[in-house]
Structures are given as structure tokens and as C-alpha cells.
Design a binder for this molecule. Sequence first.
Ligand code: SF4
Length: 276
Amino acid sequence: MEQLGLEGMPARLFSCTPSRLTTWLDCPRRYRFTYLDRPAPAKGPGWAHNSVGAAAHLALARWWDLPLPRRTPSAARGLLHDAWSTDGFSDGGQADRWKGYTGDMVARYVEEVDPEHEPRGIERTVAFKTATLAVSGRIDRVDDRGHELVVVDYKTGRSVLSEDDARGSLALALYALGVRRTFRGGCTVVELHHLPTGTVHRWEHSEESLQRHVGRAEAIAAEISAATDYPARPSTLCGWCDFVRVCPTGMAASGGPHKPWAGLAEELAPLDDEAA
Ligand code: SF4
């Protein structure tokens, strides 16, 4: 139910995406740069690891647009090549090596996917409201597993993930609630599909755990709404911030921006069957 304002009118809901909320948690100054300052300060150059992630996501989304007989691993590799961007790589050789590797990664991933089992949604925007929030977000994939809908989030980074990442993710919990509202079906399971290792990290939420995430989201939004100041929250992670060049505090904390390709693994891990 929406809150009543002073004059009996519904209070205005705080509109947000999960990343808006987590950006605030990471650093209020970065929140200001990203969402408030207009024109926004110039960002640094694109990151190579983002080029990898964007191309893999696009290829996996477009794969489902192919007619059923063409949903093959080699088609996924071809779509990856079509979607490839060289932004952020040190040179053409590095970009080419990663293009080949990422193509193999998506091809291996779809080998484990049943091409006949159409997802309920691909790159789908979902939305729902709480007492104080209007939440929206775009989900990589929504699966219909027969008895319920499942949120699938692709990950392409080098960080090793675990079930805890799926359990603790504010975004995934809010997506599950968005799926319920948008698709009008049950949804408690969220999954992180880590493409480099071929692993799936799954968590089944309870009503209590979902409501805990909602409470957390509402508390963050209340903090943002009440904010009059947007202090820098420096850490060694500032070297990864798109705005570090315009943030003296972050520059001092991190020693400056990382190289655009620094987020890539130094060695390309073998994509063998064991890893899958
Ligand atoms: S560089 Fe660091 S302190 Fe500055 S805005 Fe980015 S995250 Fe915040």
C-alpha cells in the first residue's frame, strides 16, 4: 500500500534500479556523479572486461532469436564475434585473443542449454512497488522451470563466486520480486551463471529473506532521499571508478585509474570439460 502524504495524497515513491541503490552504498560521491550531476562528469575510457561482458550478454540474448535448428554452439560463437568491441584492450592482439576465448566460453555455455526450452524472458525489464519504492531492473534471462520462474544472471568476471553471492545479492532478490509482479508467477530461486568456470550458483529465497532485502532497499532509499551531502568514500577500489579522474580523493586513495584492460585475467583459464 502506498504511504499517505500530509494532505492525504500518496507519497511519491523513490524510483530506483538495484544498481542505483548499490552505487550509493559503494560511494555517495559516485552516486552524485552518476545520477545527479548534469551534465555528468566525463567518464574514463571503456574497460576491456566490460567489452567482454557486453558481447557475451548480447550473444546469449540473440542466440534465442535464432530459429531452433540454428541454436548451436558455433552460432553462439558467431554472434559473439558479431557483437565484439575492441574498447579497452591494450592492442589488437589482446582483443583478438579475448574474442576467441569469449567465443569459446559462450559456445561451451550453450552446449549445456536446451535450445527447445524457451525462456520466459530475455533481457526483460521487470518492475514492482513497495510502500516507498518503485523498483525496476533488466534481467538477463527468466526461466520457466515448470513449477516456478527462475532469475538467471550471467557473470563473466574473473571473481570466483559462491552461493553466498546469489543469497546476498540485493539485485537478484529485487529481480525475483519484479518477476513475480511482471510475469504473475511464483519466483523464489535466483541463479548466477558464471561463464568462465561454467558454474551455477543458486539460492532459493524464503519470503523472509526477500522481505529482508526489501527492507534493506527501502533503508538505502531513505538514506538517499534524506541526503544533503555526497561525501567521497575512498578505497583501493577507486582505481576502477569511472570518475576517478575528476575525484581528487579517489585519485589519492588509489594512485590513479587502472589500465583499461587491468580487469582481465592475466592468463586465459582453460575452458575444459572439468570446469564445466
Ligand atoms: S574515485 Fe572513489 S571516492 Fe571518488 S567517486 Fe569514485 S568511488 Fe567515490
